[in-house]
Design a protein around this ligand. Structure first.
Ligand code: SAH
Length: 207
């Protein structure tokens, strides 16, 4: 079972459907998704589907991570806040683009946070910072962020998180209650958001 070959095939297939930034493509080819899912799911890790990761939560499908990483318009050195670490896979893909020391991620479930920290360390992304807690509060100590994204659905971007993003920075997340839309918003100098809609999506709700 050659995981690297499976992973490259998965990315090749993704590229037939999506046009992705070179940096996003490189990141997807680099991060060993199988290491982030439970051992019983290793064989399914390179199918383009969400998978269970415990606590009733799921790792997003690879195409969704790809689209979100692309939409954030990341550059090396950007400081990024993630709400919803889950297993840490999406954080690792982000870390490939901006550098692991620039990624700050908040996870509600303490045991998921702990497992993500361990997996990230084992896969070479140990410099990613993880906090167990409520992502609605963001992570004020490391603000301001250039980018912030939610991997769980909310009715709107939490106000505190918006405050922690610098003017000109970008927020991204699935917004809506029962049905959700992926919304990308650029923060204006006056603190208001300039929003774009990027299609219907399905994520687990914010706790
Ligand atoms: N990005 C993840 C997928 C996350 S699924 C990955 O690559 O695996 C959404 C995650 O958001 C879940 O792990 C869930 O526990 C977490 N979550 C839900 N509500 C939250 C909250 N209020 N604050 C922080 N994390 C939250």
């Amino acid at each position: 079972m050659n995981f690297e070959r499976q992973r490259n095939r998965m990315v090749d297939r993704l590229l037939e459907r999506e046009s992705l930034d070179e940096a996003t493509e490189r990141a997807l080819r680099a991060v060993p998704r199988h290491e982030f899912v439970p051992a019983s799911k290793h064989e399914s890790a390179y199918r383009d589907t969400p998978l269970p990761i415990g606590e009733g939560q799921t790792i997003s499908a690879p195409h969704m991570v790809a689209i979100m990483v692309d939409l954030l318009e990341l550059s090396p050195g950007d400081r990024v806040l993630e709400i919803g670490t889950g297993c840490g896979y999406h954080a690792a893909v982000t870390a490939e683009v901006v550098g692991p020391e620039n990624v700050y991620s908040v996870e509600y479930h303490g045991n998921l946070a702990e497992r993500a920290r361990k997996t990230l360390a084992e896969t070479g992304y140990g410099a990613v910072s993880i906090r167990a807690g409520d992502g609605r509060e963001g992570w004020p100590e490391h603000a301001p962020y250039d980018r912030a994204y939610l991997t769980c659905a909310a009715s709107d971007f939490p106000r505190t998180v918006v405050e922690q993003v610098r003017p000109g920075g970008i927020l991204l997340g699935p917004l809506g209650d029962r049905s959700q839309v992926l919304v990308k918003a650029r923060k204006r100098d006056d603190g208001t958001l300039d929003r774009e809609r990027h299609g219907r999506v399905r994520f687990v709700p914010l706790k």
